[in-house]
Design a protein around this ligand. Sequence first.
Ligand SMILES: *[C@@H]1O[C@H](CO)[C@@H](O)[C@H](O)[C@H]1NC(C)=O
Ligand SMILES: *[C@@H]1O[C@H](CO)[C@@H](O)[C@H](O)[C@H]1NC(C)=O
Ligand SMILES: *[C@@H]1O[C@H](CO)[C@@H](O)[C@H](O)[C@H]1NC(C)=O
Ligand SMILES: *[C@@H]1O[C@H](CO)[C@@H](O)[C@H](O)[C@H]1NC(C)=O
Length: 420
Amino acid sequence: MFELTVILKQPKQKSRIGAAKGRDSMASALAGLVPLSFLLLLVGCASRPLYPLPGKRYDASKKPLQTFRPYNLAHRGSNGEFPEETAAAYMRAIEEGADFIEGDVLASKDGVLIMQHDVTLDDTTDIAEHKEFANRKRTCNVQGTNTTGFFHFDFTLEELKSLGVKQRYPFRDQQYNGKFPIITFKEFISIALDAPRVVGIYPEIKNPAMVNQYVKWPGGKKFEDKFVETLHKYGYRGEYMSKQWLKQPAFIQSFAPTSLIYVSNLTDLPKVFLIDDITIPTQDTNQSYWEVTSDKYLNFIKNYVMGIGPWKDTIVYVSENYLQPPTDLVARAHALNLQVHPYTYRNENQFLHFNFSQDPYKEYDYWINTIGVDGLFTDFTGSLHQYQEWTTPSPSGEKSATKLLDKIGSMISKYRNPQT
Ligand SMILES: *[C@@H]1O[C@H](CO)[C@@H](O)[C@H](O)[C@H]1NC(C)=O
Ligand SMILES: *[C@@H]1O[C@H](CO)[C@@H](O)[C@H](O)[C@H]1NC(C)=O
Ligand SMILES: *[C@@H]1O[C@H](CO)[C@@H](O)[C@H](O)[C@H]1NC(C)=O
Ligand SMILES: *[C@@H]1O[C@H](CO)[C@@H](O)[C@H](O)[C@H]1NC(C)=O
């Protein structure tokens, strides 16, 4: 059984009322939720790293990555259940069958790469309760828009680690709010490498133009350089499906084409170009949706990327919450040998279009069997995994049965009369 070590956030001050109680209820809540598999280690010593840094390397006895069916991409971990991009969310996703754990890389003021989705801390952490940081709130220009809030690049790693991550949506489980810290990119990698089978990583170079504007590294290094350096340091190398890649699979994703092209000079790891909604231009080239989904552009970008990651509602438009006829985007991408990994699949009825009768399995069936995508970013890895196990179980069972029959056949043949 997969034993997980979840390390809870340190209560920073005595004044964080209920912190100790929170720990106990966390432990019992988790024990009830995932019996046997979650082993909680509650750390009391502030000097200990919150998660052991990457050490484990490839272990040939690990079950390999499945490559016979579309990839289950755990979007910000199992964030349908646990606060996004925390160790708990990622470990839960691994336990539930994720092929890849997905997350967003940003940087702290002191240049440490961290896992957080939003450019500000406001919606997914308890920053509002930290009065000591109240004066850090400010307005910054993020891709042409003035955005006000608490920005990661105004906080050192140590300060960021004093915050607790919280659930973004009010209709999701709130009991873990504030209980898990922000993790670093290295800690994220470490969680994947420590998994009991081969689990890939799918990190996003998040808002690179903004990060490079506000965070400076020694030697004039860029955010992208640090990002790729970290991947290489921990053994992530090689083209898609190469021997090395299969040992430690990774996809690099970004909404910023200039960044992807720059990174393609640094690493041959496969890259995925994310495509936003129809009304939103690309991050660092200000190109329209129509331009970047044209055959001409896809033909250009395929020199740098192995796939695209569009928002699903731009592949199949939606009107009054009903699906419209599908566009030809998937067919055109496939014709150019580009994979398609759409985002984001979510179980809740708020996100399910009426055609799916409030049934997330029906949605997976449509996207996998009618549209034919190659990977799916989901907030509920467990649901996608169960769906795939029931509809497309691993062919290995069948293979070993055939092998056994062959073996029996050859054994029997030894006893056959040589004249017949
Ligand atoms: C953003 O803020 C700056 C400085 O306050 C101001 O000059 C600029 O007009 C603002 N831009 C937008 C798009 O609101
Ligand atoms: C890639 O590297 C080559 C050789 O160092 C350099 O000439 C080229 O400008 C680089 N391309 C990008 C996009 O950085
Ligand atoms: C992006 O392109 C749009 C449309 O061409 C233009 O109106 C806008 O000013 C551009 N924005 C930037 C930041 O260049
Ligand atoms: C979704 O429902 C709408 C409205 O009934 C219908 O027009 C459309 O064909 C349906 N799409 C799919 C893929 O079932």
